[in-house]
Design a protein around this ligand. Structure first.
Ligand SMILES: [Zn+2]
Length: 291
């Protein structure tokens, strides 16, 4: 289990699952295109040039708050549009408890956006009902993101699979925590506590946020999905097919990578496999991860 110390703040990674592939999702990242990027080997791509990914939650412990960022796919969730994740069963919740993080001990649940692999463990199926997994936490959701997903589930001009996916996510992972009175709709620059705040990183979704951590002069950033794979540091122009606004997503990557390259901020990737984190440095007109 990896963890990182940022001043007084500890960040711990809880992996739900890892996988290889997704070439249909990031179509520019062909083996021919990624194999020449030497620093991706051997951790971030296979010897054949297939991308490696991880789905994990990140637990942030500050002197005053225990926060979980993104709650993965979850168990027992009907996800017909993503067969690999349909009715998933993993030991994620037991792993979380074994690591000393009881669900009752969390103060805050933060979803960087409302896609199915970021909200799943918001709830747990108990006696046939979806119950909040973290009963004492405030669940923070960026306000425009919440409104959009709500509207998109009903909109006429949205593709049917996306509508179905959003409806399923709302029904089993968002509505039950709303009904329990645990949701706070927040702005894209919300300050969670002294050391932790949100920063806007729109494009992948309309209200997408990343998480900034600062303590005793040390800095970190949890990406969320404004970047999915480290290869996008070498190609910020590569967007995933599920981006809400691909042009905005490129602009966000270029802006944030440029800021990061001038700073000692540790970047922790939400879908980056082990080693998951590093420093962004310039390489010509683009970037690489130093780790
Ligand atoms: Zn994701």
């Amino acid at each position: 289990m990896q963890s990182w110390q940022i001043g007084d703040v500890t960040i711990t990674q809880l992996v739900e699952l890892t996988f290889e592939g997704l070439d249909a999702f990031l179509p520019d990242a062909t083996p021919e295109a990624v194999l020449p990027i030497d620093w991706l080997k051997p951790d971030f791509i296979t010897p054949e040039g297939v991308l490696r990914f991880s789905i994990h939650a990140l637990v942030i412990e500050t002197p005053t708050k225990r926060i979980i960022v993104d709650t993965c796919v979850g168990n027992d969730k009907p996800r017909e549009t993503f067969p690999d994740w349909h009715m998933l069963q993993t030991s994620f919740l037991d792993d979380l408890k074994s690591a000393g993080f009881t669900p009752e001990s969390f103060d805050v649940v933060l979803c960087t956006h409302l896609h199915l692999d970021h909200v799943g463990w918001n709830t747990t199926l108990i006696n046939g009902e979806w119950q909040p997994t973290f009963p004492n936490a405030r669940y923070l959701i960026e306000r425009t993101e919440f409104d959009y997903v709500h509207d998109e589930a009903e909109a006429d001009d949205v593709e049917q699979w996306l509508k179905d996916s959003n409806r399923a996510v709302l029904a089993d992972s968002i509505t039950p925590v709303m009904a329990a009175g645990l949701v706070d709709l927040v702005t894209n620059q919300h300050q969670i506590c002294e050391e932790v705040c949100l920063i806007p990183t729109p494009g992948h979704t309309i209200g997408h946020v990343s998480v900034s951590i600062e303590s005793k002069g040390e800095l970190a950033l949890i990406t969320g999905d404004f970047v999915h794979h480290p290869c996008q540091l070498a190609h910020p122009e590569w967007s995933v097919t599920t981006d809400y606004d691909p042009a905005q997503s490129v602009t966000t990557r270029e802006t944030i990578f440029s800021d990061l390259a001038d700073s000692p901020r540790l970047v922790i990737g939400t879908h980056w496999p082990v080693p998951t984190a590093g420093l962004v440095v310039r390489e010509g007109n683009v970037y690489r991860l130093k780790y």
